[in-house]
Write a protein that binds this ligand. Structure first.
Ligand code: ADP
Ligand code: ASP
Ligand code: MG
Length: 435
């Protein structure tokens, strides 16, 4: 695929993948992104400045994008919540974008102390144009002219992550973890040789190393697997960033801000995926909740009657299961984000009579565990093994959903860590050497 987008790109995130060897022959331009922990204190910002300086000194044009200092975005959300349970989205985005404005200017000061000419830009200043979906805006184009001019004059350019501006000049934000997407979008528009995501772990692991200390760093993972891992809850990369990098063939690497090392390269799937381990990683998500509508007369259109009002309220749903009992009444269960549970519950309780439903019940104490691997395509019995493993730990499976390279189950939240550890051992992920 052509990556020569000129100075503007129109972004249409999809899943078309193109060959990405991940090899850098002669590196000319790098985009580096540092996350919240990496810029969490004055000393850490100084340490980031040293790393950026090293890249710049080696003759590589260096563009940096930053998150807010660790904890700052949460602090701002908390501050807003003291004014309103559901703050005005435009004003919330204006507030949240300030975190990144602080970190970028501080990093530029630290770089200037090292004798490096550096210039910071907010999303507005470099015209990171987005749609107007406050809190989850999508990047539509970036005007990289100033960045390019600065780079040509030997400057380091530091761009605020996570933010953009819509066509009416409103400040927008890209959703939690959105600086990853800023970095990939910049790498794409600047035709960078690599987009390096520096964080507090030294790569992508078989599962979150905070839960399984024996988890193993993967030297490579395919875009497709990384998209599943991210969408199933592995927050090491924002899902849109991975989709974007896959679509625009941006070489993407996750690395540590604190220790040197090769990190994890996100690659295209190679032909020998049959040789890959069946399961490459385990993801989990504690943010989901479950709603069940019981005893609805089973007629054509019942699922729509339940789910249309939910989607009209802009509530996203994930897993859906419908069962029909012998008496021809249907139960519909679906999962959604915990934050939307009470709103969705009250919508359904409001229409329960019209639906002829016997009961609407909510459960906020569930979690989702997913096994992910391209090797699943060529193996039978993967699900059976997963279910047997969970059964042997006494863990009840409430819902199941699958895709070609993923099996996900909903279980009681209190069993989450046990399930992740048991599955990690079951698939021998501590020892697998295929990557
Ligand atoms: P940053 O602030 O740098 O963006 P994040 O907190 O968003 O960092 O992402 C890094 C964290 O992702 C790690 O500290 C780790 O706990 C978590 N994580 C979850 N799943 C994985 C995984 N499979 N591999 C590595 N880290 C993971
Ligand atoms: N500061 C934002 C957040 O905490 C964006 C990011 O860190 O990527 O979600
Ligand atoms: Mg992050």
């Amino acid at each position: 695929m052509d990556r020569g987008h000129g100075l503007n790109i129109l972004v249409d995130i999809g899943k078309t993948h193109v060959k990405n060897t991940g090899k850098i022959s002669s590196v000319r331009l790098i985009v580096q992104k540092y996350g919240g922990t990496s810029v969490g204190s004055v000393d850490r910002i100084k340490a980031v400045a040293q790393k950026v300086y090293a890249s710049h000194r080696s003759g590589v044009k260096t563009v940096v994008t930053l998150s807010a200092m660790g904890g700052e975005t949460n602090r701002l959300i908390q501050l807003a919540s003291q004014f309103h349970d559901d703050p005005n989205p435009r004003e919330l985005d204006a507030l949240l974008s300030t975190g990144e404005q602080v970190s970028i200017s501080l990093l530029c000061m630290a770089l200037q102390n090292l004798g490096v000419e550096a210039r910071s830009y907010t999303g507005h200043q470099v015209r990171i144009s987005t749609d107007s979906a406050f809190g989850k805006a999508r990047i539509e184009s970036i005007d990289a002219e100033h960045i390019q001019e600065d780079l040509d004059s030997g400057l380091v350019v530091v761009v605020a992550g996570f933010q953009g501006v819509d066509e009416r000049d409103n400040i927008t934000t890209l959703g939690r973890g959105g600086s990853d997407t800023t970095a990939v979008a910049l790498a794409s528009v600047l035709n960078a040789d690599e987009c390096q995501i520096f964080t507090d772990v030294d790569g992508v692991y078989t599962t979150d190393p905070r839960i399984v200390p024996d988890a193993r760093r993967l030297s490579e993972i395919t875009f497709e697997e990384m998209i599943e891992m991210a969408s199933q809850g592995s927050k090491v990369l924002q899902i849109r960033a991975v989709e974007f990098a896959g679509k625009y063939n941006v070489p993407l690497r996750v690395m540590s801000s604190f220790v040197d090392g090769p990190g994890t390269l996100i690659t295209l799937e190679d032909e020998d995926y049959m040789e890959k381990p069946v399961v490459s990683g385990i993801a989990f998500n504690r943010d989901e909740a479950k709603l069940t509508v019981r005893g609805i007369p089973d007629q054509p259109g019942v699922a729509a009657k339940v789910l249309v009002p939910i989607s009209e309220a802009n509530i996203e749903i994930d897993v859906i299961v419908q069962n029909v009992a012998k008496d021809n009444s249907a139960d519909i269960t679906f999962t959604l984000n915990k934050n939307d549970l009470r709103r969705a519950e009250s919508i359904l309780k409001g229409i329960a009579n019209d639906l002829g439903a016997k009961e609407v019940s909510a459960d906020g104490k569930i979690a989702k565990v997913s096994i992910v691997g391209v090797g699943m395509r060529s193996h039978a019995g993967v699900a059976a093994k997963m279910f047997a493993c969970l059964a042997s730990e006494g863990i009840n499976i409430q819902l199941i959903t699958t895709s070609e390279i993923k099996i996900a189950v909903i279980i009681e939240e209190r069993y989450l860590e046990l399930a992740v550890r048991a599955l990690h051992t079951e698939y021998n992920l501590e020892n697998s050497t295929a990557f």
